[in-house]
Design a protein around this ligand. Sequence first.
Ligand code: AMP
Ligand code: MG
Length: 539
Amino acid sequence: MKENLPTQKINSSLATLNFDNAFVRELPADPESSNSLRQVHRACYSRVLPAQVSAPKLVAYASEVAELLDLEAAACESDAFAQIFVGNQLLPNMDPYACCYGGHQFGNWAGQLGDGRAINLGEIVNLQGERWALQLKGAGLTPYSRRGDGLAVLRSSVREFLCSEAMFHLGVPTTRALSLVLTGEQVTRDMFYDGHPKEEPGAVVCRVAPSFTRFGSFQIFSSRNEIDPLRQLLDYTIRTDFPHLGEPSVAVYLQWFEEICRSTAEMIVHWMRVGFVHGVMNTDNMSILGLTIDYGPYGWLEDYNPDWTPNTTDAAGGRYRFGNQPQIALWNLAQLANAIYPLIEQAEPLEAALQLYGDSYKQGWQEMMAQKLGLKEFVPATDLPLTADLEKVLQLVETDMTIFYRKLAELDPIDEQDDDSLLAPLLDAYYHPEKLSKVNKHQISDWLRTYLHRVSQDGLSTNERRQGMNAVNPKYVLRNYLAQLAIDKAEAGDHSLVNDLLQVLRQPYAEQPESVSFAEKRPEWARNRAGCSMLSCSS
Ligand code: AMP
Ligand code: MG
């Protein structure tokens, strides 16, 4: 049995973390508490203890997340912090557990999945009265570990830690990351499943979110026809995470589902805005709070290619490619609708809610595109063709999406210019500006003229337009190769780039002239390097 830390030995703000473990208190538990692999029926979770590791070492922590938990810097920098957030020691009132859930993987029902390497420590209520669940990723075996070892490596943990925080600062709904701690143990991974296993440093990320409940948390019960726990989980979720909906009833279940349709649409609009590709949108990786969750083989669009997926497992089918994300979210929502159908028994209102997803997505996308282009509002008559043509222009030649929109803000709607001078401020967005043909230049310039004409009709001052655009088009995103450089250094024992990136990504819309190298387009060496353009689920 693990020892609880004597409270007097640890920093006061760690000792006063106010745990209130409603999830385990109110929901049905698996009666068994070993971590042996098993099918768990009629239960939302299994109690489980994190594994002991030899030499925990803090790599980085996010001070903003610490603040959410009312933790001071001194607490985060203490030895006890690394011990606790690697899973070596428990605080009084932590009650660790792994959740049971199922899911559709790549469109096929996969049965029971569950937290195979995530261990929840419990929920705290902070001084503002907010509830935050704390979860260690990579802290050892659980009943749901299937063929895995319950562990995570530094490579994938750096990616999860940095991307969670980058997304938050970009204004994209996401789970958060408090800390990244090395375990001191080596973990064997065959990164591309090609018979070349390698030892990698093990690490644990502490994720933080109001709730980690997924679409698959409901699916598992309905797939087994376990209607009582299905209702218990839904009622609990409504009371805890959606209290504004009122007491659970069939009508409230429908409102709940409608709200998820809306928040999921909003999340996907944000992904499309910043060029984020999740990579594994299985239903077990879909949060009921519309948060981006489970950062695995995700990637950021460099050259604008709606068919791109970073996930090598998905390379052939491209199910989770950038341009397919809105459709997949709808498919996933339909699976959630099926899962709660036994509590509602009416198809029509569920179908209407799914329709609402489509409507919210369409409206959200149009508003987002208007903002990206610096327009007061999206006027379908002019802006549907404008955005459709932009989609083509961005794919004529390799064009960096992030740089393109930043540079677009710099253009002035001035008098007639020839193609070359019109294009000059945008050249940096092109991977091979020297290869732009005359025809390409003309096609792009044509679009720019139409765009600048639309802008001049719109009546915003150039300054207002520029400010508006630069507030939604980031200068800094977690470029795939930057994450890889941070990983390379961290694996060699130098954590500085992880921390430097965290710092720059705190203000992704600010110019930060001292950090411009982080805004540069992907260098040639990274074009085909593993980890930069191709990722696997191995993590
Ligand atoms: P993911 O694709 O990361 O969402 O994972 C799908 C399922 O596999 C989830 O149930 C995970 O908990 C489980 N899983 C992934 N990696 C491991 C691992 N190293 N050990 C145990 N379970 C894992
Ligand atoms: Mg997952």
